[in-house]
Design a protein around this ligand. Structure first.
Ligand SMILES: Nc1ncnc2c1ncn2[C@@H]1O[C@H](COP(=O)(O)OP(=O)(O)OP(=O)(O)O)[C@@H](O)[C@H]1O
Length: 315
């Protein structure tokens, strides 16, 4: 992708990062990221997620290629308040307490004192650290230190948020609050990129999926396209009262794979199939009492890709 032909907010142009030992963290990556998108960055251990995020926020200089934000190159000189980032490994100021770590992050981005105070309290509440705001950071647990880092990334009005496994070590409620907040920021026009192994969680919030393998892009597309390409079946469960006669069972067998067990049938159906078609077959014979339709999500799609490529899968 040429710089001038890329109309997106962030243009990653044939970017590679080779570490000093000769290992490529990422190789020849080109993507265009638009404002308002929440992108889930996924892939097995060692796929290149952290490397990509570090390059994206200017912490590592690509060994080949360039990254443009609104047509300007992102590198170590990019004003840090444009980008809110939280690394997997901790980068917090150990000589400040929890509140000051976040507050001075806001002040350094140029935020006025009153707003910085208000935003600091808001993000500390969001990550569940309000009660610990006066505590020294070295007296926090690993998960709590990570929350300080996330709060620092969120406190200023960054136009790009880059978060490397932000939900690792967070409890379920805090993780969900955080993803909700990131969704809102994306809706307000921020570009949000989140790497995660918790595919069930990011599934509910992301617009796009960027899947890496061995430093290269396997796929970058909308979540809907990704799911449609890799998982085309849904599971329909119908509970009923009464008995299904052989004629109904035969008709069901012609439509979909199904199992029957204790007045409940489970069918694997195509995504586009109308549930009414199934109900009409059994309705003359039994009373339907419950219908449930389960769509496979990001995790199932990821496992399907991994299976296709004969890989060991992530958890
Ligand atoms: N500092 C480094 N020096 C040399 N090689 C590195 C360094 N950091 C990462 N690598 C290598 O680069 C590749 C990509 O690693 P990276 O940490 O980006 O993967 P990841 O997808 O973030 O993995 P994980 O899910 O385990 O965090 C791996 O082969 C890794 O061994």
């Amino acid at each position: 992708m040429e710089k001038n032909s890329c109309k997106a907010a962030i243009c990653v142009d044939h970017v590679s990062l080779k570490y000093y030992n000769g290992v490529y963290g990422i190789r020849d990556i080109s993507v265009a990221l638009n404002k308002g998108e929440l992108i889930a960055l996924i892939g097995a251990n060692g796929a290149g997620k952290s490397t990509f995020l570090n390059v994206l926020c200017g912490l590592l200089q690509p060994t080949e290629g360039d990254i443009y934000y609104d047509k300007k190159i992102i590198d170590v000189s990019t004003p840090f308040h444009q980008i809110g980032w939280s690394k997997q490994t901790h980068a917090i100021d150990w000589y400040l307490n929890v509140y000051d770590n976040v507050f001075f992050g806001a002040r350094m981005s140029g935020m006025k004192k009153k707003e910085a105070k208000q935003r600091t309290l808001e993000v500390l509440e969001l990550v569940g650290l309000l009660e610990l705001k006066d505590r020294d950071v070295d007296a926090l647990s690993g998960g709590q230190q990570q929350r300080v880092q996330i709060a620092r990334a969120l406190v200023h009005n960054a136009s790009i948020l880059i978060l490397d496994e932000p939900t690792t070590g967070l409890d379920a409620q805090t993780s969900e609050n955080l993803l909700n907040h990131l969704r809102e920021r994306a809706n307000d026009g921020v570009i949000v990129i989140v790497s995660s192994h918790d595919l069930n969680l990011v599934d509910a919030f992301c617009d796009k999926v960027l899947l890496l393998k061995e430093g290269k892009i396997v796929t970058f597309e909308s979540k809907q396209q990704f799911l449609a390409r890799y998982v085309d079946k849904e599971v329909l469960t119908i509970a009923y009262e009464g008995d299904l006669p052989p004629v109904a069972i035969q008709q069901l067998e012609e439509i979909a794979y199904f199992v029957e067990n204790d007045h409940q049938i489970r069918l694997e159906i195509a995504r586009e199939m109308q549930v009414g078609t199934i109900i009409r077959i059994i309705d003359p014979y039994v009373r339907v009492v419950d219908i449930k339709r389960d769509s496979p999500g990001l995790r199932e799609a990821y496992l399907e890709v991994a299976r296709e490529k004969g890989e060991v899968t992530q958890g």
